[in-house]
Design a protein around this ligand. Structure first.
Ligand code: ADP
Length: 222
């Protein structure tokens, strides 16, 4: 599904909207770029499938652009919250199935959710959280929060006490209640680790488990 060509409309071509357009074009997708500012739109004419100057808070305009027929509509109007809300409301009313909105703050996000936005992103907050997380836990190379309490993390082994030991000797399951699902050694990924596999310095151990247990494992591995 991901590789198929789909239609995207991107409304609001600020920093975020522009980066969305760029990424979509690189992924070979059809992109209609919309902004109220003429100069801004001019910068996109050579990049996207079609670029138009339009006020996205105007119903007739969005109807004429057939906003309801797009597979995905990004609304990345940040500063003008009223316009962002109106554009979202209209896109949903006109039948757009997947409306992805950028919210400036918590109340903006709450309103967008109420009026039917399908996905809400807070790029600055989310990126800040990621950066702080990596700052606090530099040995977690990669992670995925599966739900409120379950995390999958790739932990880099720094602790000499881990080196040269097998998973059995480390008692990973008994002591940490986490499951080792892969071990990456020197760029080689072992996706079916055995209890007898030996851990080397700088190996990346992919573990899944309760977030607190994953944290504990990470602290001990370093
Ligand atoms: P960012 O933080 O991602 O740079 P901004 O809020 O600065 O986001 O940019 C939003 C963009 O949305 C601007 O380019 C602005 O011209 C555009 N915009 C604002 N109001 C409307 C509107 N009613 N219709 C279409 N585009 C709009």
């Amino acid at each position: 599904k991901g590789r198929q060509k789909e239609n995207y409309a991107v409304i609001g071509l600020g920093q975020f909207g522009a980066a969305i357009c760029q990424s979509l074009v690189e992924a070979n997708q059809e992109v209609l770029a919309i902004d109220i500012n003429e100069e801004t739109v001019n910068d996109f004419t050579n990049l996207v499938t079609r670029a138009v100057i339009a006020d996205a808070s105007d119903e007739e305009t969005l109807k004429d652009l057939a906003i309801g027929s797009f597979d995905h509509v990004f609304i990345s109007i940040g500063q003008n919250i009223q316009a962002s809300i109106m554009a979202t409301l209209l896109a949903k009313e006109l039948g757009a199935k997947d409306v992805i909105c950028k919210a400036e703050n918590e109340s903006h996000a709450r309103v967008l959710e109420k009026i039917g936005a399908d996905q809400i992103v807070r790029p600055e907050r989310d990126m800040a959280r990621r950066i702080v997380f990596h700052q606090l836990q530099p040995n977690i190379v990669n992670y995925l929060i599966l739900n409120d309490n379950v995390t999958l993390a790739e932990v880099k082994v720094d602790n000499p006490e881990f080196v040269g030991k097998t998973l059995i000797e480390l008692e990973v399951r008994n002591r940490y209640h986490v499951n080792v699902i892969a071990i990456t050694s020197d760029g080689h990924v072992n996706i079916s680790p055995q209890a007898s596999d030996v851990i080397e310095l700088n190996d990346l151990i992919s573990v899944v488990g309760d977030t607190n247990d994953v944290d504990r494992f990470n602290r001990d591995a370093n």
